[in-house]
Ligand binder design. Structure first.
Ligand SMILES: Nc1nc2c(ncn2[C@@H]2O[C@H](COP(=O)(O)OP(=O)(O)OP(=O)(O)O)[C@@H](O)[C@H]2O)c(=O)[nH]1
Ligand SMILES: [Mg+2]
Length: 241
């Protein structure tokens, strides 16, 4: 199957019905207002997605520990129930607010916008949104992010990029997580990367472990470059206006 990145839909895909389309259009409208707000304050917004339990919150904790003295960071975190992830992230030393979706399997832009009433996002260099753990529905909802980063844990199997293509098609970076477990399980990094690139030839890939620290410097460098790039781009746009 061929994939087109421009409209974030596989070529030849069946369009959803009108009700779903208007829901997604309304979401895109709110996502644009989030994108404009983040541009105005030069905040990089990253949407972190994955299946449940792939290591998103652990990575947020590790990233907080490494970057909190260099940049102003915060995390909005979505889950069906409980405030557990936000508590874990706050324990790592940065602000975090939990969005409880009450059973909804993804975050929508309106939920993120409403959460800004509970989390001070002014002056942030980087805002992460940790999405609900699910490789399906979160792929369809733009949250106004600059980049979508998807974790694929070694324990999930290397076949997932082709089975859940839309998430990998719409992501700029795939993090192969839990690399410390690779010696014990039949996960082939090259196979996962090849499948992800057949879905999305532009996707970048980094192999990481929050446990051993493998790849975490590369991840933090990737973030640092993009924080600086965003500030430079916004400053240039203001100058030209
Ligand atoms: N071996 C290993 N375990 C990890 C690593 N990162 C996270 N874990 C473990 O994986 C489990 C799930 O980690 P979380 O960070 O809660 O995963 P999550 O993606 O935030 O989960 P949800 O928010 O429920 O979707 C926890 O028991 C972590 O300790 C890693 O790099 N290596
Ligand atoms: Mg989590």
């Amino acid at each position: 199957m061929a994939f087109a990145k421009s409209n974030r839909l596989p070529v030849g895909a069946i369009q959803c019905d009108n009700t779903t389309m208007s829901l997604l259009k309304a979401n895109d409208y709110v996502a644009k207002s989030i994108r404009d707000k983040m541009a105005a304050q030069k905040t990089l917004l990253i949407n972190i997605t994955s299946s449940a339990g792939s290591g998103k919150t652990t990575l947020m904790q590790e990233t907080a520990r490494r970057l909190k003295d260099k940049f102003k960071l915060a995390v909005l975190v979505g889950d069906l129930e409980t405030e557990r992830d936000a508590i874990r992230i706050r324990e790592a030393g940065i602000p975090s607010t939990q969005i409880v979706t009450n059973g909804v399997c993804h975050l929508e832009a309106q939920m993120v916008l409403q959460a800004f009433d509970h989390l001070d996002v002014s002056g942030l260099d980087l805002l992460f949104v940790e999405n609900v753990g699910n490789l399906v529905c979160p792929a369809a909802f733009d949250l106004g992010e600059d980049y979508r980063v998807t974790l694929l844990a070694s324990t999930e199997g290397d076949d997932k990029p082709k089975k859940y293509p839309r998430m990998f098609l719409t992501s700029e970076l795939m993090l192969i997580s839990k690399a410390d477990l690779l010696p014990y399980i039949p996960f082939k990094v090259e196979a996962a990367v090849q499948d992800a690139r057949e879905v999305n030839p532009e996707i970048e890939c980094i192999t990481i472990s929050s446990t051993s620290g493998e790849g975490i410097d590369e991840w933090c460098n990737w973030l640092t470059e993009r924080i600086q790039q965003k500030k430079a781009e916004v400053a240039q746009a203001v100058e030209m206006a």
